[in-house]
Design a protein around this ligand. Structure first.
Ligand SMILES: [Zn+2]
Length: 185
C-alpha cells in the first residue's frame, strides 16, 4: 500500500511542503528536460521549483520527440544552462532589460544530463550559459561533489536572481522545508 500523499505538492502527507510554498513572479521562462529516472526521485528539486514558479514547464524523456516544443524555441533569447567550453557567464550576459529569457535546464545527475545532451544534438543550436560565481550549495541531501552538480532548484534560483534581480527566497524556503522533513523522518 502506498503512503497517502498531498494532492498539491505530491509529497507524503507527513512531509508535505505546502505551508512553505509561495509564488515568485518573474519573466524568465524555464523549460526543464527531465531524465525519466528523476521523476520518481523523492528529492526531485524540479518538482519543488514548480510549486513556486508558474513559468516552469517540465518535459520528461530522453529522445528528441519528447522535447519538440523546446526545440522550436527562438534562438535569440533561449539559452541552455550547460557548462561547456563555449558557455557565456550568466552574470555577464549582455541582455536588454526588457528581453525575456527562456532557460533550458537538463535535470538529472551530471551523467544523465550529459546523456540527454548527446541524445539531443539539436541542443547545440542554442547558446550555452554557465555560472562565473557558484552560489553556495544549500542542498545537503545529495551531496554535490562537483560545482556543476548543484541541485536544479538552486541553479534555477541563481539564474533568475542574476537575470532579473528577482527575489528567489521562496525557492530556498521550500527547499529548506523539504530538507528539514527528510532529516526528521
Ligand atoms: Zn502538500
Amino acid at each position: 500500500m502506498s503512503r497517502p500523499t498531498c494532492n498539491h505538492c505530491h509529497y507524503p502527507i507527513k512531509t508535505c511542503v505546502c505551508e512553505a510554498v509561495s509564488k515568485i513572479s518573474c519573466q524568465t521562462k524555464v523549460y526543464v528536460m527531465q531524465h525519466p529516472s528523476e521523476v520518481k526521485e523523492a528529492k526531485n528539486t524540479v518538482r519543488l521549483a514548480q510549486l513556486c514558479l508558474p513559468n516552469l514547464e517540465v518535459y520528461i524523456g530522453e529522445e528528441p520527440e519528447s522535447f519538440k516544443l523546446i526545440k522550436n524555441l527562438p534562438k535569440e533569447n533561449t539559452f541552455l544552462l550547460y557548462p561547456d567550453e563555449n558557455a557565456a557567464e550568466i552574470e555577464n550576459l549582455n541582455k536588454k532589460s526588457e528581453q525575456k529569457i527562456n532557460l533550458i535546464i537538463l535535470d538529472g545527475t551530471w551523467k544523465k544530463a550529459y546523456k540527454l545532451k548527446m541524445k539531443n544534438p539539436w541542443l547545440s543550436s542554442f547558446k550555452t550559459l554557465t555560472f562565473a560565481n557558484l552560489p553556495e550549495n544549500q542542498y545537503i541531501i545529495r551531496k554535490a561533489k562537483r560545482p556543476d552538480s548543484l541541485s536544479s532548484l538552486e541553479a534555477i534560483a541563481y539564474s533568475i536572481e542574476v537575470l532579473e534581480n528577482a527575489n528567489t527566497q521562496p525557492l530556498y524556503n521550500v527547499l529548506n522545508k523539504m530538507m528539514g522533513s527528510f532529516i526528521k523522518h
